[in-house]
Ligand binder design. Structure first.
Ligand code: FDA
Length: 392
């Protein structure tokens, strides 16, 4: 079958790009091996899809070339996508930090994308594994489990490696390499940390506890919450910093519960109170956490008045800079995204077309552009998909 455009991958980027190309009158087919379309979108945001972020800007993305994402993000912005969501009457709300979620269900976003494709006469074919690509003089030949397709423009929107059970494959990277386009080193990002046995033994008792924390690593800091799990550490602050963490690095957590924490403890001590340190800390932290963290920090639990000023300041400093050395991450099994990907030096930032392979485009997560947690990765899918859709 011959068509103008083939998009491999019916995820966020692929479906959105296909609809834009279809609206331009291009004959478009989207191929995906999954049974269910938009699997990741359906799972996202706890089933409510954090579909964009009101404050999205190039600073929220990691890439070997931090300038690459600027063009696409400025030509199709979060406000453009929000306008589309409004056009479909999808009720949504800001959860925190500009993160927009559907009030009801992520399925509304998938339905919207499929409806856009339908309006643009795009054919979406599921259960269609793409097995290989060949290039002829003018066309691409796409070999699939369901036969052969031929097209002028080929869009690779196969995503990254995270969550193989949702259909993730390295296929996009293989296509890049086949056409001589390098792929920067990839690793799991926005992913929980696992701990060394000695830390795990103590901290797994806190499974389910969440506290506010500022997580820092490699000159980057995120102020959000952290969650203790039976395997290690998770929660927004941890997922965010995991994208900046390299094996062997230590992460510093500032878990100071209030700006005037030290002053308050000193004032209480000076008031000659009989309160135990743990009782005072219980005002700020979950009880279960206090017992464990005092043990982790090796702090004796005594009435406040029994510590001298220097000792209390030293205690506060432990809360200010709790150093944890993760053993690793949970990997692609639970990672939200893949860091790294198709080398942006080889792509046009205006069109997403491969500079040396006319007609071949890469969009979405397969490209070396990775967003922070908070709707940024979907915004990259929409923006990169939209720009490619104008040129394919
Ligand atoms: P995506 O992975 O969505 O799609 C790729 C498609 O290609 C898949 O449908 C796959 O089946 C198909 N494919 C792969 N190989 C193939 C082959 N050989 N043949 C045929 N088809 C093939 N981001 C965000 O901004 N807000 C959020 O709330 C969340 N939440 C979230 C939760 C969870 C659990 C995960 C795993 C991820 C998120 N993300 C997120 C990240 C976000 O989902 C992700 O960045 C985008 O879905 C990437 O979109 P793409 O279209 O690039 O790839």
């Amino acid at each position: 079958m011959k068509t103008d455009v083939i998009v491999i991958g019916a995820g966020a980027a692929g479906l959105f790009c296909a609809a834009q190309a279809g609206f331009r009158g291009r004959n478009v087919v989207v191929l995906d091996h999954a049974k269910r379309l938009g699997g990741k979108i359906l799972m996202s945001g706890g089933g409510r899809c954090n579909f964009t972020n009101m404050y999205a800007s190039p600073e929220n993305f990691l890439s070997n070339n931090p300038h690459f994402c600027k063009s696409a993000l400025s030509r199709y912005t979060q406000w453009d996508f929000i306008a589309l969501v409004n056009q479909y009457d999808i009720a949504h709300h800001e959860k925190t930090l500009g993160q927009l979620f559907c009030d009801d269900s992520a399925k509304q976003i998938v339905d919207m994308l499929l409806s856009e494709c339908q309006k643009a006469n795009v054919r979406v074919v599921n259960r269609c594994p793409v097995e290989g690509i060949e290039k002829t003089a003018n066309d691409f030949v796409v070999n699939t489990g369901n036969g052969q397709y031929q097209c002028e423009s080929l869009v690779v929107a196969t995503g990254g490696l995270s969550m193989p059970k949702l259909g993730a494959t390295p296929f996009g990277y293989k296509i890049a390499e086949q056409f001589g386009i390098p792929v920067t080193p990839v690793r799991a990002a926005l992913v929980p940390f696992t701990l060394h046995d000695e830390d795990k033994e103590v901290l797994s008792e806190l499974s389910g506890v969440s506290i506010d924390a500022a997580a820092s690593c490699n000159n980057t800091q995120f102020n959000e919450s952290m969650l203790f799990t039976h395997r290690g550490l998770s929660g927004p602050a941890v997922l965010q910093i995991s994208s900046f963490w390299e094996p062997g690095d230590t992460v510093s957590f500032d878990i100071t519960p209030a700006a005037d924490f030290t002053e308050k403890l000193l004032a209480l001590r000076n008031s000659n109170t009989n309160s135990l340190l743990s009782n005072v800390l219980n005002e700020w932290f979950p009880k279960r956490f206090v017992q464990t963290i005092l043990a982790v920090f090796g702090i004796d639990n005594k009435p406040l008045k029994q510590y001298n000023e220097k000792q209390l300041i030293a205690i506060c400093n432990r809360f200010n800079d709790w150093q944890v050395k993760p053993n690793g991450t949970e990997g692609y099994r639970t990672a939200e995204v893949t860091l790294g990907g198709v080398d942006t030096d080889y792509l046009s930032s205006k069109t997403m077309e491969a500079k040396q392979v006319p007609g071949l485009y890469f969009i979405g997560e397969v490209v070396d552009v990775t967003g922070w947690l908070g709707g940024y990765n979907f915004q990259w899918a929409w923006s990169s998909g939209w720009v490619a859709g104008q040129y394919v």
